[in-house]
Design a protein around this ligand. Structure first.
Ligand SMILES: Cc1ncc(COP(=O)(O)O)c(C=O)c1O
Length: 393
């Protein structure tokens, strides 16, 4: 059977630049030797620029974002210290599951889904319990559209000497992250979101302070132990700087997209994502939807979640967009199943070209169920003007 093609407006993977995709069918190259080391090293160096780090070591782990999450925990877990895991959504809960799989000393700080973490509560937990040596959190909680206060939690962790471990799967490349300045210990990304590549690589950045804790931990495993990755980067750095066979086409695609990201300019890029998010939020409000994250200041600039309309449940909207307009958006996960819909606006889908047809299709679907919406009503909100691209950083 022919696979039907849809426009991917889900929160990753996203529709990609055809040049990025072309690398996936390029002739295979070897994953070792001088030419490969040059390609790998440039890719890692470009990632450091996107992360804004000079201090961290960066590894490219083949696998989904979750392999990077598991690597962070497996490397840090040990019975000598406690991990504090913050959760306010499905991916925060995934951190809890992974942490509990590796450590018996896990404290969980839960916050309501749809609201950003409470920085003061994190400070109090660290003050109460000096055995907490690592704080684990999600930056952009894709399941709800909440952006958690990373910079502020980084300052608290620095004050109490805790290593901050962060899932940046949905924000890296789309949202501001200053790895060194914000005192981040371990950052985990994934290629299929704002890095504008197919899924398959999890970039992981590790700070010198995180290494100190890893060295004091009883980290388990081999592939998922970051010590293994550092060992190969150091011992085999001149010909094969990683422990396993690498997806070479995907790495080439990533180098290309990272060059493109930096060419656009990081701040221009973050601003573009923020403007599209704001336009989308206002347009959805204008159509009568209630946003899942009420406060614009707590909202991600790469994913937007809204509740179903009084006359159009979220599931019916998702189905109609797929069947009548060939547009895929996301639904609610776990406890939000059937209640919300989620639109991704990442990289090439954080543009008017991507977002406007989706909104016009939503208008049409609303009209078809009897909601009074005028064609083009979405433009009765402020439509931000996009600036020209600058060169990074
Ligand atoms: C915030 C967040 N963390 C982790 C993941 C897991 O990524 P993967 O499916 O690549 O393991 C996702 C995937 O959507 C995500 O959005």
């Amino acid at each position: 059977m022919m696979m039907k093609r849809y426009r991917l407006r889900i929160p990753g993977p996203i529709d990609l630049d055809s040049e990025v995709l072309a690398y996936m069918s390029a002739p295979l190259i070897a994953h070792y030797g001088a030419e490969w080391v040059e390609l790998y090293t440039e890719t890692v160096t470009l990632l450091k620029r996107v992360w804004q780090t000079r201090e961290a070591e960066v590894f490219l782990m083949p696998g989904p974002g979750s392999v990077g999450m598991e690597a962070a925990i497996a490397s840090l877990a040990g019975d000598t210290h406690k991990l504090l895991v913050l959760t306010n959504g499905f991916f925060g809960d995934r951190w809890v599951t992974i942490a509990q799989a590796y450590s018996s000393r896990v404290l969980v700080l839960e916050h309501p889904w749809g609201r950003a973490h409470d920085v003061e509560a994190v400070a109090q937990a660290l003050q109460r319990d000096p055995e907490i040596k690592a704080v684990v959190m999600v930056h952009g909680e894709t399941s709800t559209g909440v952006l958690n206060p990373l910079k502020e939690i980084g300052e608290i962790c620095d004050r109490y000497g805790a290593v901050l471990v962060v899932d940046m799967v949905s924000t890296l490349g789309g949202t501001e992250i200053a790895f060194d300045d914000w005192h981040i210990g371990i950052g985990v990304g994934a290629t299929q979101k704002c890095l504008e590549c197919p899924p398959g690589l999890a970039p992981v950045a590790v700070s010198p302070r995180a290494w100190e804790l890893i060295e004091r931990s009883e980290g388990r495993g081999w592939y998922i132990n970051l010590r293994t990755w550092r060992h190969f980067a150091r011992k085999w750095g001149d010909w094969h700087p990683h422990p396993v066979t690498m997806p070479t086409g995907l790495t080439q695609a990533l180098r290309f997209s990272l060059r493109k990201i930096l060419d656009e300019g990081l701040s221009t890029r973050w601003e573009r994502h923020t403007k599209i998010a704001l336009f989308l939020r206002n347009a959805l409000r204008n159509l009568g939807f209630e946003l899942f994250v009420p406060d614009d200041r707590d909202a991600m600039n790469t994913v937007t979640a809204a509740k179903g309309h009084a006359q159009l449940p979220a599931g019916a909207l998702i189905r109609a967009l797929k069947e009548r307009h060939q547009i895929l958006i996301g639904g609610g996960l776990e406890r939000l199943s059937g209640q919300i819909f989620r639109i991704g606006h990442m990289g090439p889908t954080a543009t008017y070209e991507a977002v406007v047809p989706t909104l016009l299709a939503i208008e049409e679907i609303l009209r078809s169920v009897g909601v009074s919406v005028e064609p083009g009503q979405i433009f009765r909100v402020q439509v931000p003007v996009m600036g020209p691209a600058r060169s990074s950083p």
